[in-house]
Design a protein around this ligand. Sequence first.
Ligand code: SF4
Length: 750
Amino acid sequence: MTTRQTKYRICPLCEATCGLELVVDRREVTAVRGDAADVFSQGFICPKGVALAQLDQDPDRLREPLVRRNGTLLPAAWDAAFVEVERRLTPIIAQHGADAVAVYLGNPNVHNLSLALYGQALLRTLRTQNLYSASTVDQIPKQLAAGLMFGTFMSVAVPDIERCDFLLVLGANPFDSNGSLWTVPDFPGRLRALQQRGGRCVVVDPRRSRTAAAADQHLFIVPGTDAYLLMAIVYTLFDEGLVALGRLAGHTNGIAEVKAAAQPFVPAAVAPLCGIPADTIRQLARDLARAPRGAVYGRIGTCTQEFGTAASWLVDVCNVLTGKLDREGGALFPLAPAFAANTYGEPGVGRGVRIGRRHSRVRGLPEVMGELPCACLAEEIETPGAGQIRALITIAGNPVLSTPNGARLARALDSLECMISLDIYLNETTRHADVILPGLSPLEDSHYDPIFTQFAYRNAARYSPPVFAPPPDRPQEWQTLLRLTAIVAGQGAGADVGLLDDFVATTQVQRAVGDPRSPVYGRAPDDILAALVPRRGPERLVDLALRAGPYGDGFGAHPDGLSLSKLAAYPHGIDLGPLQPRIPESLRTPSGKIELAPQQLLDDVQRLRAGLGGAQRNGSLVLVGRRHLRTNNSWMHNLPQLTGGRPLCTLHIHPADAARLGLADGGVARVAARVGAVEVPVEVTDAIMPGVVSLPHGFGHDQPGTRLTVAGARPGVNSNLLADELALDPLSGNAILNGIPVQVEPAGAH
Ligand code: SF4
């Protein structure tokens, strides 16, 4: 009798969330391919998805807790590990308060159902002011701009690529990322389809990325100047009478203010700054305005820069002014089946978003989305006084490699009184921990995507049960998080996780029955809870959210609607159709309108204005990042399938700069910035513009005390040894990772 089976799993490795088909034989994966029947990804897969089997089988992946004894991390039983967490953590909370415990959330928190749903329980119980995450080295400027304009931090409009005919892409490389804050598996295929139906794509980027190479037009831009370019496009739209809001006119505030703000940014003044001729800028504005169906999309390159929030804001200002927002073929708000912030509450009576409700202790930086900039984590640990961070909990994060001035942060971690990590690897960050609590293989977890359905190119619902049964002797991550929650709540390491889970579910039910727009509004909470029996853990929360969501069965009110049971019967997912216009229903601003000119952003325009006519470039170099299809997070460097072939961690430099500096292809360069220096192999290429060099992030696997055998064999260098923790977009607190001033010379030159 054959023991081979076919299983389906949503890929958890990047935002594209492709449906995978896995062939398994007992406890082993023998093949991974794209699920051709998946309603959302239609069979697309990238090399990372194939490597999921290696992640499952990686001998370096932690399978039991590690506890530091006499300075050494040693294997421990689960109960002993939780007792150790309690022993170390509770005196700190008792003596110094919850703010003495910081939490850092890494990127996988949004790719893992347990972490996404139960991390909140820990945070709500601990109530620390010191919350940090990878958001502030990534996308928080876009979320802030969206929040100020549309009323929630998750109200990000995404291009309707299936019906779009003109796509302007800034600072993004979806050929390699398959979308970011835009979930779009098989972007290459969808771009080809756009071009085959006569559409055009223009990419603005300091690098000729694979996306730029496939586009119809590529414009090199000086790093950090996207906001200037976009302002000049806005100026042109007004100047040439191209503003046409269409249906949005009655739903938009602030048009006159935006027009006034754009006045200094004439294309001729902006062109020398951004390196794009004035005529080209004007033509871009005309092409966008005249395209019947088009959209502007900006991503990480526009976020991780000095004017990250302004650039993110101006992307949507362009979409609104040209009537492309909330229109078929333009940029639309997905309607996610569950957990979507902009489906709760009454449209038109939203509270909008608030920022700056508190500030960091040392530098006085404002919170955004409840978080402080991760660039100030080290100083908050190092600086004595009331409110000093004495303990840190990291959850699926490697901030030593992913946040600015990783060397300083690593030193700061060593000074902590206590560090607890939830992580599947002993890596450059968790090697500093006192206790490491590992999660399961993604193939031992179930999955529903609570986050990226909110940025999807098309509405859909999909659920994956575990491919392999979770090991009975190891807690699932949601159970680990609840045990930590019990510890910080003072209930001790032996608290009843089941009772805590009931409390979490009851809280969610009460929220649903109290929401006037919910199909279960006014229902008795006990009836709803009874209808969720016997589900527990994430499945109970997903079932509730689906049934009380916009497509839900309303617990009987709409019998044909969604529930988890119904969804589980469709292993390839349920298609919920193309994106539809949602304004004004999707808006949650206090005015019930699009706020095109939020005061915080108008104020920031003064900073932008100050840069007009600024110093021209004089042969100095700036560093930018780059993405590769074979890597996303640092731990992927431990998977042999993703690390073979040409080394990925090289310094890209233009031939003219290489010649001027005496650097040869294959040689080694020393790259120095204010905070540090690295030596890295050189790759000379005209795919990068003169004056700019590029390094990928997430490398630097040469630290002692880690357990990353494959990554350690090809360590690369940590680009965040060059990133300056003092250089931020002041509005969002996002680190500046694109446009870092650097000096480059042959290694050994001095
Ligand atoms: S594109 Fe992303 S989601 Fe799709 S297979 Fe690759 S890593 Fe997985």
